[in-house]
Design a protein. Structure first.
Length: 235
């Protein structure tokens, strides 16, 4: 995922800052002492096998200056693209959170605003509200949402071993989705602060005994909002 992200970086039309940069120019762009450096090697530990080295400098006008070690150019990336790159080793963790199919699901339990709704899968594209749950559901849409959630993949990691979840907008009134599988395994995801500019929200799961916060996939979040929430007017 990291290599894919790195390879997918694109310099915007306004991002070509200077064609030839000499050593005296580097402080101007914060590149004399880079704020971050990424080095790719063909062989681990071999300092002579560098494939590419990127140095990142200062942030000006919502752009971050960047330079390749084998070129004299200075480019500028958008802050949004720069923030997609990892800063710490833990950010390299595999972003796929879990794997199950909609056919593996026995029941979905929603907790939101002090209310609980349980939705039971009774067959292909067939879902019904459990006893005690009220409202209207869209079974085919829930089937598709469960299918997509079965391959939940973090859009980007935000924090590891989160000890102050309230700072990320997590609280007991927010939406929590619990998948109960037919083999009795449960998978739980909690939602935190919304990110309006990205049309998604922060979310958290427990992995290897630690709480991991991440950016929820924007498209999937729209499915969740549409089909796996408890409307305010439902008891």
């Amino acid at each position: 995922m990291f290599i894919k992200t790195l390879a997918g970086l694109r310099v915007p039309e306004s991002g070509f800052v200077k064609d030839v940069v000499t050593a005296p120019d580097l402080p101007t762009y914060g590149l004399e002492t880079p704020t971050r450096q990424i080095t790719l090697r063909s062989r681990a530990g071999d300092t002579n096998s560098v494939l590419v080295q990127l140095s990142f400098g200062t942030n000006q006008n919502k752009e971050v200056f960047v330079r390749r070690a084998d070129e004299d150019f200075v480019y500028a990336l958008t802050v949004e693209d720069f923030n997609r790159l990892p800063e710490s080793a833990w950010e390299f963790r595999e972003r796929r959170i879990w794997d199950f199919s909609e056919g593996d699901v026995a029941q979905i339990t929603l907790h939101q605003g002090g209310k609980t709704r349980q939705i039971v899968r009774t067959g292909l594209n067939k879902w019904s509200l459990a006893a005690g749950s009220q409202g209207i559901i869209n079974p085919p849409a829930i089937e598709e949402t469960a299918h997509r959630l079965g391959g939940l993949t973090a859009y980007g990691w935000v924090g590891r071993n989160v000890t102050e979840p309230e700072k990320l907008g997590f609280n007991t009134n927010n939406l929590q989705i619990v998948f109960e599988l037919k083999n009795s395994v449960k998978h739980t995801v909690d939602f935190g602060a919304e990110l309006p500019s990205s049309q998604t929200a922060l979310a958290a799961v427990t992995l290897d005994g630690e709480r991991w916060a991440f950016v929820f996939p924007p498209v999937l979040y729209q499915f969740v909002l549409s089909y796996l929430t408890i409307p305010a007017n439902v008891p």
